[in-house]
Design a binder for this molecule. Structure first.
Ligand code: FEO
Ligand code: CA
Ligand code: CA
Length: 836
């Protein structure tokens, strides 16, 4: 804190009203300018910390009328310094013989929204600045005679920095956050989201997941609502939480795990498991004293399950690939499954992505692909490439004998082609209905979700947009999350026009941008450049025969979009270490990609390349079990040539390498992690919104882990970073070490080393969880984080004792309660921007 040398004291004697024009007074102008954004903030905390303490300043009494002196200004606090996103409290103090009123106005600098402007102590959140910037505020005390005494105070705001102490790794059964923050548990597995639905008993007897929060909450995103219920992208107090429900902890969904009767799953159990997948839309509100709750009976609430009718859009719509008994013309389908990461659009929609969908389908009978004779050689190549192979079907849903004749909601999970059957009589094509990006309108539950086939069919992790630039095409970045899979980009045919952002027909805007364009796959070169290779029919060679696969000759563009992985193979795309989430730095336009991990089978010692450079052992557990490959993962970033989303070339480096800082050398701990910021298996990835100081100038990057390699040291966690830019590091050559002592060298391009100021641990989750799903309210003052599958075990019966009691354990010690996936809301106790 610096003591001011230029405090401006003054007063007005109230008799200079000689200007009779209608022009507003200077103060009125100032008030208009600086109060415009007040509505963006609410719920000023009573506990805001006064960063400017009360240096009491001598005030002059310039009163001319001894009988009724002007207010005596005791203090306006002392001038000081802060940084963007932090709460500043202004403290005015005046005395008078009678009552006085107080008013604060801003008189210079970038606009700050004052809370409590008509009280002695006003506050504001320091606005985003890119260099130290002065703001001044004027305090006015007015007595009952209308006599005003004024004083000013100056505040210097510096660019945002992370304002918390990195927390320690731990294995506690709670969500741990830094000092000064509060965790509120929001929607949990099973919570009712429709009027009249009973509270979740959490003993395995609950039903009706079509009106409850699903299991395994994954990616999430906030869609603001105005008080009157319309879409409002700036609302931070009322909104719709859209969350994916990826999978199940099936052992906790039934009284004691899933059962079979005579080899068949009971219908009610299977229905519950199916409906616990999909997407939820739930209204969230911030009440008095910043209390966050969800609205059970909101008319906006919605569940999209694997049984919800959806439509197909884009080039594959109506093709033979999509024809099933449910949709003999291949234009519609039922639901979405294994929804992992997501995307959002500037026109107010959500994109949910179908990841590990293949395993839900049955194709075997005792471990063999028993319908091979009914499949063409081409079909078999495609089925194997997507893993629709010798599966029994993850949860055996196809074994259900439905109570209602003609109910095909269970049989559809049996993808075997029948003897003498066809796509109109069996479910041979049902797997082709999955593996897509699905756009939905959170604000209109009457609209069926649309599967956007132009974005290709993969194990889609997410669909995150690049920068929206007026007049330029849009890019959507797509990870295919499996070991050795590829990284893709879709470029729209249409160019962005901002007028589309607030149209009411949101899914029609989606049609405009997401139904036609060009799909590309990435090739990474050792010199730090890369190429986007178009997957366009006529430019993609045949995929060569390999093993039992015949040569695959693409028939048309539809074939390429359905069998995108085969097209990636054919053009020689770079095999990656499990491409997960992507995130866009809205300031630089750079794209970040998590590569969560890989193993020695898929990437052996001789299989590294510059973009996937490591091979080493990170032993884990008391038995020091070997984990060779790239068990800790890394985060790659790229910058499109000329910052054009449609560019076909880019530069790249590796922003950050995960590592166990305690037992790894510089060949493994390449980014220089310390105990305060080491991590493993980055997965969720998100830059703060550009609507607040966390997402401007040097945006915060939130990194979430889905790890099994580092769990000997800590539960899964979330870090916050302030990254530099692509190419800010150096070319390094590392020595990789395989089992048996073999070594090999690999050159790569690492970003600037991490420091304790640029990378901090913000959150550690409860036992057995993965951290996935992150967003804030537009003001950045409430952070939402998904805690997925606490207490996960490999068994299918309820373990005893329970490995985790979260979220019940968040409130205090020793409750016994089945663990539930849930969203937490995290607020900073002083009301500032989370993380700053
Ligand atoms: Fe569902 Fe790729 O994590
Ligand atoms: Ca994920
Ligand atoms: Ca280790």
């Amino acid at each position: 804190m610096t003591e001011s040398t230029d405090l401006a004291f003054g007063y007005s004697d109230g008799d200079v009203d000689t200007n009779n024009t209608a022009n507003p007074t200077l103060n009125a102008l100032i008030e208009q300018r600086y109060s415009r954004r007040d509505a963006l903030r609410s719920g000023a905390s009573a506990a805001t910390v006064a960063v400017f303490g009360g240096g009491v300043l001598a005030a002059c009494d310039n009163a001319s009328d001894a009988a009724d002196p002007f207010p005596n200004l005791v203090s306006v606090g002392s001038s000081g310094a802060t940084s963007s996103g932090r709460v500043v409290t202004l403290t005015g103090e005046a005395t008078d013989s009678g009552a006085i009123t107080s008013a604060w106005v801003q008189t210079s600098g970038p606009a700050a929204a004052l809370i409590g402007a008509n009280t002695p102590n006003a506050s504001f959140i320091a606005p985003s600045v890119s260099a130290p910037t002065g703001l001044t505020f004027q305090y006015s005390a007015t007595d009952s005679a209308g006599q005003t005494t004024q004083g000013s105070v100056a505040v210097t705001v510096s660019p945002a920095v992370m304002g918390f102490t990195s927390i320690a790794k731990n294995k506690n059964d709670v969500v741990t956050v830094p000092a000064g923050y509060t965790v509120t548990v929001m929607t949990r597995l099973g919570d009712p989201i429709a009027a009249g639905v009973a509270a979740y008993k959490n003993d395995g007897t609950d039903t009706n997941f079509a009106q409850r929060i699903g299991d395994h909450g994954d990616a999430l995103y906030w869609y603001g609502l105005a008080a009157a219920g319309a879409r409002d992208d700036n609302s931070s107090v009322r909104g719709l939480m859209v969350q994916n429900h990826e999978n199940l902890n099936v052992q906790y969904l039934h009284p004691n795990g899933p059962t079979t009767v005579g080899g068949a799953r009971p219908e009610a159990e299977a229905l519950k498991e199916i409906e616990a997948h999909g997407v939820s839309v739930t209204e969230y509100v911030e009440g008095a004293n910043r209390a966050w709750t969800y609205v059970q009976n909101s008319t906006f609430n919605r569940r999209i399950t694997p049984n919800t009718e959806v439509v197909f859009n884009g080039p594959v719509k109506g093709s033979a690939w999509l024809r099933t008994p449910f949709s003999t013309d291949g234009t519609k389908g039922r639901g979405t499954i294994n929804n992992c990461a997501n995307g959002h659009t500037l026109w107010g929609t959500n994109i949910t992505c179908e990841e590990n969908w293949a395993g839900y389908f049955r194709r075997d009978n005792s471990g063999a692909e028993t319908d091979n004779a009914q499949r063409t050689a081409r079909e078999l190549v495609a089925l194997r490439r997507y893993g629709v192979t010798a599966n029994a079907g993850s949860y055996g849903w196809h074994t259900v004998t439905p109570s209602t004749a003609g109910d095909t909601r269970f049989a559809r999970w049996d993808a075997r082609a029948t003897v003498g059957g066809s796509a109109a009589t069996d479910w041979r094509n049902e797997p082709n209905q999955f593996g897509w990006c699905v756009e939905l309108d959170p604000y209109d539950k009457t609209q069926a979700p649309r599967k956007r086939t132009a974005l290709g069919r993969l194990g889609h992790e997410g669909a995150w947009h690049g920068k929206f630039i007026e007049g330029k095409k849009l890019a959507v970045y797509l990870g295919d999350d499996s070991r050795g899979e590829y990284f893709y980009k879709f470029v729209t045919a249409a160019s962005w026009t901002a007028a589309d952002a607030q149209r009411a027909d949101r899914l029609a805007v989606g049609d405009k941008y997401l139904d036609s364009g060009t799909l590309y796959v990435a090739k990474f070169n050792a010199n730090g450049t890369g190429t986007w290779v178009p997957l366009t029919f006529g430019q993609v060679p045949n995929r060569p025969a390999q093993g039992s696969d015949v040569e695959y000759v693409f028939e048309d563009q539809i074939d390429i979009l359905v069998n995108t992985r085969l097209a990636g193979d054919a053009v020689g795309a770079t095999k990656m270490d499990r491409p997960e989430w992507t995130a866009t730095n809205n300031v630089t336009g750079e794209i970040y990609l998590t590569l969560t991990n890989n193993n020695a089978t898929v990437r052996p010692l001789a299989g590294t390349d510059a973009a996937n450079p490591r091979h080493y052992n990170d032993p884990t557990g008391p038995a020091n079990t070997a984990q060779f490959g790239n068990p800790n993962g890394h985060i790659l970033r790229l910058r499109e040539n000329a910052d054009d989303p449609a560019a076909t070339g880019f530069t790249w480096d590796i922003y950050l390498f995960g590592a166990d800082s305690a037992d790894s050398n510089s060949d493994v701990n390449i980014s220089g992690l310390t105990a305060a910021n080491d991590f493993s298996s980055p997965d969720g990835l998100w830059f703060s919104r550009p609507q607040n100081a966390g997402g401007l100038v040097k945006p915060l990057l939130w990194i979430q882990t889905d790890d099994g390699a580092f769990t000997d040291r800590t539960n899964n966690q979330m870090l916050v970073a302030m990254p530099g830019t692509t190419g800010d590091g150096a070319s390094v050559t590392i020595t990789n070490r395989g089992s048996g002592g073999a070594t090999a060298t690999q050159t790569t391009r690492r970003g600037a080393l991490a420091t304790d100021a640029t990378l901090k641990r913000f959150l550690v989750g409860p036992v057995g969880c993965e951290i996935t799903g992150v967003d804030t309210t537009p003001d950045g003052r409430t952070l939402f984080v998904g805690i997925q599958h606490p207490g996960e075990t490999s068994g299918t019966t309820v373990p005893s004792p329970l490995p985790s009691n979260w979220p019940a354990s968040q409130a205090g010690p020793a409750p016994t309660s089945r663990p539930r996936s849930a969203i937490v809301a995290i607020t900073k106790n002083d009301g500032g921007v989370v993380g700053l």
